[in-house]
Design a protein around this ligand. Sequence first.
Ligand SMILES: Nc1ncnc2c1ncn2[C@@H]1O[C@H](COP(=O)(O)OP(=O)(O)O)[C@@H](O)[C@H]1O
Ligand SMILES: Nc1ccn([C@H]2C[C@H](O)[C@@H](COP(=O)(O)OP(=O)(O)O)O2)c(=O)n1
Length: 230
Amino acid sequence: MNNASSDSSTIPVLTIDGPSGSGKGTISRLVAQRLGWHYLDSGALYRAVGVAAGWADLDLADLAALVRCAFDTRIGFRDDPSGELRVLVNEQDATDELRTETAGAAASAIAAIPEVRAALKDRQRAFRQAPGLVADGRDMGTVIFPDAPFKVFLTASADERAERRYKQLKDKGVCVTLDGLLREILARDARDAQRAVAPLRPAEDAVRIDTTGLGIDTVVEQVLALLPAR
Ligand SMILES: Nc1ncnc2c1ncn2[C@@H]1O[C@H](COP(=O)(O)OP(=O)(O)O)[C@@H](O)[C@H]1O
Ligand SMILES: Nc1ccn([C@H]2C[C@H](O)[C@@H](COP(=O)(O)OP(=O)(O)O)O2)c(=O)n1
């Protein structure tokens, strides 16, 4: 990935922020495909650093080591033939490990450390490349791309988000309980929203879409309708 060039601010960005299970990843990938734009899964970067820190047996209280890990971990993305996004951490395919709730909780914990967030800033901005970028996360519209012309904040009830995650993990053969997932989602919501730096919150100029009870196709169309007709 090239460094963001100085005039990258002219490249359009659509930011899609929201809590876990609101559909950010699913909607962002589909919208990016429809637009022919690049896609940034910023949560995968935090997850990758958390997983790499675990592999290296780092002490999560060792701030200097974590920040070094955030700078040094090599993170690559590639589409597999079925269209699924695979994530490589230090050249190892870590996609399945990254999607576990354990990795999500670790990501949420290290994401509360301002120096770790700062270490990942330039990497995220480097994804802003022509013809455009769809970026999903917690602070895409507020901190990473505050000048983005299109901003969305997706929500859904916690119960529905837990059910979506339950179904998603069950389909992958992962053994989980709905109650446990709901507890984890609520704990992660609270930590992501209450941290001092870049908390989960809608940008003032974001369009909020409550996806409770809405199908994926409907949400994709609602998001695409925010962009000028192509
Ligand atoms: N509007 C929706 N209606 C029903 N299921 C959805 C919707 N959006 C996403 N999903 C499903 O919910 C699960 C979690 O979505 P995901 O995109 O991973 O959310 P997030 O990135 O916000 O955590 C996926 O299995 C996805 O197919
Ligand atoms: N831009 C971002 C993206 C993710 N994070 C943190 C907070 C989240 O709980 C974890 C995991 O994010 P991710 O988007 O992969 O998680 P979900 O798919 O929403 O469950 O990383 C963040 O702080 N800022």
